[in-house]
Design a protein around this ligand. Structure first.
Ligand code: DAT
Ligand code: MG
Length: 138
């Protein structure tokens, strides 16, 4: 058994569209355990740390501005292979091509025309998860 933790964010588009509950319910229904939960308005410093790997890319500044545009819901979920499992629930990064049945595939396109408006964030590795949990649940 490899019990992991992952950081999940419902991004500002998900919060403003009142999809936080639906998104968290899908993660719980899959069998993962909600360990921590809060609604928070991010600071620029938090986002710079969170998205450090993307600094310098063309979408970096719009991404940070978007994440500052409203509150996010931050959660820690726990479970067997939850990092991979949540990313499967979320779907691929671009909501246009995310598979139907995934969070991004089901909700991600009519609303936002930008790739960053893709509803959720999920950590991509054990190392990222621990680093990101430290940023959002210090
Ligand atoms: P993911 O969120 O699927 O892990 P990522 O870590 O590569 O994707 O990128 C972080 C966020 O940045 C992503 O959720 C949306 C935005 N993004 C990524 N690639 C983009 C692109 N080509 N154009 C615009 N935004 C992009
Ligand atoms: Mg990522």
């Amino acid at each position: 058994m490899s019990i992991e933790r992952t950081l999940v964010l419902v991004k500002p588009d998900g919060v403003v569209r009142k999809l936080s509950g639906e998104i968290l319910a899908r993660v719980e229904a899959k069998g993962y355990t909600l360990a921590e939960l809060k609604k928070v308005t991010a600071t620029r410093e938090q986002l710079q740390a969170h998205y450090a790997e993307h600094e310098g890319k063309p979408f970096y500044e719009p991404l940070v501005e978007f994440m500052l545009s409203g509150p996010v819901v931050a959660a820690i979920f726990e479970g067997h292979r939850v990092i991979e499992g949540f990313r499967a629930l979320a779907g691929t990064t671009d909501p246009t091509t995310a598979a139907p049945g995934t969070i991004r595939g089901d909700f991600g396109r009519d609303w936002g025309l930008k790739v960053q408006q893709n509803l959720v964030h999920g950590s991509d590795s054990v190392e990222s998860a621990e680093r990101e949990i430290g940023i959002w649940f210090a």
